[in-house]
Design a protein around this ligand. Structure first.
Ligand SMILES: *Cc1c(COP(=O)(O)O)cnc(C)c1O
Length: 223
């Protein structure tokens, strides 16, 4: 595993996809998902110049956070969060990508000591196994979310089905982009909705072509 080389390749591929989409350089942030490796390997990756770290589980997040807390990093919790675990982790999180219910938002509000930047997870593909708000549920929860002072809804997050072909990916990511623009246009206080978290190792180029601003990449760093 050549972390330096993998890092170079991932960043080059993201830059190339950004350029092809006629989008400004550096308009896409790369979150390195370290869930496949131990803390010392994650630290080696950080030494190559990665600035955003993502973990999908609370225990692993805390482990990496403890180990790397002296580095200047931005911390992303990208996976489902159970309400009873919010208090253990939320104050170490810069970005939470999987806000999927109002009840969870209310628990975060209760425990957070600083503003947490959150993405509403949206189940755009309609897959039954996926977490997240249905597209047609979102508008109804906005007034209640708007009242929560420690939560800033920076954007929406989605995941494509694991077996989606290029055409389906394109459809899902395009629909996500449309939804993001619609929500952003509402200009709600505390809810800029300016960001889209979508794209993983397999599909980040398609996600970037469709407006993604945060890609969450694991496998390609650690192959
Ligand atoms: C593991 C994971 C990723 C990274 O996926 P890769 O295919 O390994 O790049 C992205 N997002 C979430 C929510 C994940 O759990």
């Amino acid at each position: 595993m050549d972390l330096q080389k993998n890092k170079y390749q991932v960043f080059a591929a993201v830059a190339e996809a950004t350029r092809k989409a006629n989008r400004p350089e550096n308009s896409v942030s790369i979150v390195a998902v370290t869930k496949y490796v131990d803390s010392s390997t994650a630290k080696e990756l950080v030494k190559t110049g990665v600035k955003h770290i993502g973990e999908n589980r609370v225990d692993k997040f805390l482990e990496k956070y403890q180990y790397l807390r002296d580095e200047e990093l931005t911390w992303h919790l990208i996976g489902t969060l159970q309400r009873r675990k919010v208090k253990e982790v939320i104050n170490y999180v810069d970005y939470f990508h999987a806000l999927d219910s109002l009840k969870l938002a209310e628990e975060i509000e209760k425990r957070a000591e600083h503003t947490i930047k959150c993405f509403l997870q949206v189940n755009v593909s309609g897959e039954e196994s996926k977490h997240g708000f249905a597209v047609n549920e979102i508008e109804a929860v906005l007034p209640a979310l708007e009242k929560l002072e420690h939560i800033e809804i920076v954007g929406i997050m989605t995941m494509a089905p694991i077996d989606a072909g290029e055409e389906d990916l394109e459809k899902i990511f395009q629909a996500t982009h449309e939804l993001q623009k619609k929500l952003q246009n509402k200009q709600i206080t505390n809810m800029p909705f300016s960001e889209i978290s979508m794209g993983m190792s397999r599909d980040f180029a398609t996600a970037i072509a469709n407006g993604s601003t945060f890609v969450r990449i694991g496998t390609s760093f650690f192959k």
